[in-house]
Design a protein around this ligand. Structure first.
Ligand SMILES: C[S@@+](CC[C@H](N)C(=O)[O-])C[C@H]1O[C@@H](n2cnc3c(N)ncnc32)[C@H](O)[C@@H]1O
Length: 219
């Protein structure tokens, strides 16, 4: 990877998360300036909740790349004992705290590309929506390995991603749509698939929405 290689949007390949903070700052917290912000529970996560019983009593949860925080708030409404939600953008975290002042969620700035030893094996439920595909393809393996580490024995991970069968390349994003191989990469991290759900193909970009539920087996 050459230093300072940029794509058409000016995103640096060697600094793949640096563009999020300025985007959140520029938006002023208005969802019109944040292309992925639903300002409510992600529709694929809402649909997942209608199909699955979430065990929350006495359990902990982690939300990866939480953005404006709505999916973490959905989990709080389900009764988890303790929830952590993190994002690389400190401004996104501030918006979460300002939007949900009564929440007891630990909204915190953290980088998924760095190891977080204190979180390894600690969470009963981990939620990942669209963070892996928000970074260039060369980071996919590291992101998947770091997410998989968070899950406690017996715990679950839900990954929601747009999937296409086209080759991934730095020039073609963002987003850098995943391929179905992302599921095998989580399996290679010691997880097993407990539900595989594919939503209808989007005519916009010829991609499918995958919602894959994994479990880390007990030791
Ligand atoms: C496409 S957005 C999805 C946000 C949210 N999950 C949703 O569905 O609305 C990707 C999010 O990942 C965050 N992000 C990007 N790189 C990250 C990193 N290295 N560590 C943690 N979060 C990161 C971004 O700031 C952004 O909020």
């Amino acid at each position: 990877m050459s230093a300072d290689k940029r794509n058409d949007l000016g995103i640096r390949e060697d600094k793949p998360s640096d563009w999020f903070e300025p985007l959140y700052v520029r938006s002023g917290g208005d969802s019109n300036g944040i292309p992925w912000a639903n300002m409510k529970t992600h529709p694929s996560f809402s649909a997942w909740l209608t199909r699955n019983m979430l065990e929350s009593t006495g359990k902990s949860a982690l939300v990866v790349g939480c953005g404006m925080g709505d999916d973490a708030i959905e989990l709080e409404s389900k009764g988890f004992r303790q929830i952590t939600a993190f994002d690389v953008s400190g401004t996104a975290i501030r918006y979460c705290q300002e939007r949900f002042p009564a929440s007891t969620i630990n909204f915190i700035q953290a980088d998924l590309l760095k190891t977080q030893p204190n979180w390894e094996g600690k969470f009963d439920f981990v939620l990942e929506i669209f963070t892996i595909q928000a970074l260039p393809p060369q980071y996919e393996d590291a992101l998947i390995q770091n997410i998989a580490k968070f899950i406690a024995p017996g715990g679950h991970l839900l990954v929601i991603a747009q999937v296409s069968d086209k080759a991934r390349s730095f020039e073609k994003g963002p987003p850098w749509l995943l391929t179905h191989h992302h599921v095998d990469k989580f399996i290679a991290c010691g997880l097993k698939v407990v539900e595989r759900h594919i939503e209808a193909r989007s005519s916009d970009d010829q991609s499918d929405a995958y919602a894959t539920t994994f479990q880390r087996p007990h030791d």
